[in-house]
Write a protein that binds this ligand. Sequence first.
Ligand code: RAT
Ligand code: ZN
Length: 434
Amino acid sequence: MKATLPNQGRHRPQSTGAQIVETAQLFQAVEEVLVATPIIDIHTHLFSPSFGKLGLWGIDELLTYHYLEAEFFRSSPTTPEQYFALSKTQQADAIWRALFVENTPISESARGVVAVLKAFELPTDSLDLAEARAFFQTQSLEDHIQRVFGIAGISLVVMTNDPLDPEEAPAWLNGAREHPQFRAVLRLDKILRHWAAHWQVLAAQGYKVDAQASGKSAAAVQRFLFDWYERMHPMYMAVSLPDTFFYPAETLGNHLLAEAVLPSCRELDLPLSLMIGVRPQANAALRLAGDAVGRADLRLLENLCRTFPKNRFLVSVLSRENQHELCVYARKFSNLMPFGCWWFMNNPSIVEEITRERIEMLGTSFIPQHSDARVLEQVIYKWSNTRRTLAPILSNAYRLLAEDGRGVTRNDIQRDVTRLFRSNADSWMNLNGH
Ligand code: RAT
Ligand code: ZN
């Protein structure tokens, strides 16, 4: 019998009859769809304007980003003690001089600042920051946000909101105004990781908790979370965890996780985001830049996903060595959603490796990236880099598919990009329901 060849025609039979994209056109088609699809940025440290000075933007904040501070100490004799004694303007000047004038800014974070300056047609090679500072000083924040979101091609950002932060909590209590493009996240690090230093704050607010989180403490923490849910309308709850974190284990944090946080998430229909793999303050002198990375034992995910099938877990891991296991666990548990290439993973070479692996193992059932932006304008370069890295990866996946017998239409590409950058987030976080 004559073997039937895979369909090589330019139209897909029994389907919409839509035009298959020629292999030679795939890259361009993917690029165009990526540019035209507004992205939902599911994890940032940005704030809407009603949080006042908590929201960082402008050239001095861009330059003093902790990713750049870590690089600065490698290219300058300035010690951390000397650096942190400087004013913000002096710090930015020192970083500009060391990383942009005396050296070529080829690292990922340094290149990002160049891309932002270019986006606003500011000089990228000047000896000082006078022109850039003058530009940012004359922007009105709300208009600037709209312009930045437009250039970055994003429609919505999810903030990181800490109800126990002494600067942030008052803003919520004074009724921070909701903003259509900024959504909240209830961050739990102080409760799950630093209870000893924070239980008193809950107690002082009338929640009946104690130092050991014993007795009715878990129930009181649940009430605390419900109260903050009412204030923030968060998209999910979140915690960053060290590489040594494990579940199950007899720890106070695990007790609160199992007895307060996970039941609250179930009742409120919220996912829990776990960001796993930080080695906190490996070099404390560097402050925010002082954390490192460690490989975690991801059997913790197997245990959580199996023990709590009614909870949804959004997970990002910081160690490159943990990335493959995360994909394998996602294949085992549909209540696990891998997201983002986080922090030390957010470099093109590593993003490429992780994303190819995820597509090969999970198709489009993951969220490829989040910006982790701390400074507003960073979304410009972070999302441009993501599109730039994704376009060849996705078009190559389509080329292989075509070679194996199925071409894709532009609608297929649009459906996939929408799922990756919008609807996976939307369906997991129910963006319009909370
Ligand atoms: O990527 C970062 O900026 C880190 O400092 C952390 O903030 C991390 O993203 C986190 O959310 O804990
Ligand atoms: Zn973050």
